[in-house]
Design a protein around this ligand. Structure first.
Ligand code: ATP
Length: 428
């Protein structure tokens, strides 16, 4: 089957594929587009990642194409994989491989292999299709495992019975694709998934890999429906054995969703939230601080993420004081030390009229406020070291809000005070 879908590519990618095709011909290797991109092309979904596999030496192929195009490429640690950067696009190249799982949940051993083997090691039939890119099969769909029909029928199906045991993160992936596309986990696959859960396969997976899957789920368009499905199928005991959700919790997840949308529309125009963290807060707020600390360490969250997840417990007590009409100074002193994620979370969590009015005031003004003083003004005042400038200007935003400064002169006066304060704590 010739896929006219390839015509949907941006012209730069089309020319990349044509060049790749020629180089593959010269090198005597077969190359294919694989995985999610083939699926998304067929269902006409926007493409973000371009994945090519090579039957043969993927690294040598990447080197030749990067040389030809005079662009950079990165060779990865993972067996035979590399990335080429071409005109704002990222194209991942891999060598076709076969995988062997020595035990449940462990990372597989890999050997170079054929396209058929490479597709067989994949999670679901809808992700196990390829499109030929060589001269003789350019645009031809290769579908050894009936992925096309499953895609048309909206079915998530594993390729073999051991799939969830080999890699239990596929349980999360099954839920993600099911909910994203409004598909159904095919009945045998669902049985295998439940069996793997009964055998507690999740316990054998490195928690960092579970973290990555959870983050991906919380980055989907409407996470509450995914959370409900995880809860229904397996619960959240992989985070904590006592975690249970009731209707109130689901209402919170929905409010979080609404709050995020609302803030992007209304106030946070220049600030990008880590939305997934706000949903995670909706879960971890049900635990104790000690448990969350442990969870963050074993799942390997970054320092900044851990800070947001653990500081919420103290902040939850402090923010109570904003549940009434208060002075601007108070609003700033309470909200300024908090992350935007925590602030949006509290907006949804308490759903309290006065608190939300104060939060809105804070975010609206912060985002819209303009400082007249520039780095060059600070330089003219001979402030040193220069690395304090960012901090001074940031601090000035709050002072401007608090004291309602209007003119540049007023700002400069305040900048001097801020500088003195900062330099004092800097030299301590
Ligand atoms: P998304 O649209 O979320 O990026 P994707 O299908 O492109 O989905 P990736 O995580 O980018 O997903 O993976 C690319 C391809 O690699 C998948 O389509 C699938 O074929 C394969 N794959 C990824 N993770 C697994 C896994 N855990 N087990 C087997 N195959 C996997």
């Amino acid at each position: 089957m010739l896929l006219k879908e390839l015509e949907k590519f941006p012209p730069e990618i089309t020319s990349f594929m044509r060049i790749a095709s020629k180089i593959a011909g010269k090198l005597g290797v077969k190359i294919y587009l694989v995985g999610g991109i083939v699926r998304d092309l067929i269902i006409d979904r926007e493409i973000f990642d371009y994945d090519i596999v090579v039957e043969g030496d993927g690294i040598e192929f990447t080197r030749l194409i990067a040389d030809y195009l005079e662009v950079d490429f990165i060779k990865h640690k993972t067996f035979g994989t590399a990335t080429v950067y071409y005109k704002n696009y990222k194209i991942d190249v891999a060598t076709c491989r076969k995988e062997y799982y020595s035990c449940w949940g462990a990372l597989p051993k890999v050997t170079p292999s054929s396209l058929r083997d490479d597709l067989y090691r994949r999670d679901f039939t809808i992700n196990a299709m390829a499109i030929g890119l060589n001269k003789d099969d350019y645009g031809e769909l290769l579908d050894f495992y009936n992925g096309y029909n499953d895609l048309k029928n909206g079915l998530i199906r594993v390729l073999h019975d051991r799939s969830f045991l080999d890699d239990p993160t596929r349980i999360f992936r099954a839920i993600r694709f099911e909910k994203r596309f409004g598909f159904r986990i095919e009945s045998r696959t669902l049985r295998l998934l439940k069996q793997a859960l009964e055998e507690e396969a999740i316990k054998f997976v490195d928690e960092h890999r579970i973290r990555d899957e959870i983050i991906l789920i919380f980055k989907e368009d409407y996470p509450p429906k995914y959370i409900r499905r995880i809860d229904e199928l397996m619960g959240f005991s992989f985070i904590d054995k006592d975690l249970k959700f009731d209707n109130q919790d689901y209402i919170l997840f929905m409010r979080i969703h609404r709050a995020i949308k609302f803030f992007y529309q209304k106030s946070l125009k220049y600030h990008k939230l880590q939305e997934w963290l706000i949903y995670l807060l909706g879960i971890t707020i049900k635990l104790s601080k000690e448990k969350v600390e442990k969870f963050c360490s074993s799942f390997g969250f970054r320092r900044g993420e851990k800070k947001i997840l653990t500081e919420i417990f103290v902040q939850k007590r402090i923010i109570h004081s904003l549940k009434r009409e208060v002075k601007i100074r108070k609003i700033i002193s309470v909200l300024k030390p908090m992350s935007f994620e925590a602030i949006v979370f509290f907006y949804a969590y308490f759903n309290n009229k006065s608190l939300n009015k104060n939060i809105l005031y804070f975010l609206n003004n912060l985002e819209n406020i303009k400082i007249n003083v520039r780095g060059s003004d600070l330089k003219a005042l001979n402030f040193k070291p220069h690395k304090l400038y960012g901090k001074i200007l940031e601090e000035l935003v709050y002072v401007k809000l608090e004291k309602n400064l209007v003119t540049k002169e007023e700002e400069l006066e305040e900048a001097k005070k801020v500088f003195k304060r900062l330099i004092r704590s800097y030299s301590k």
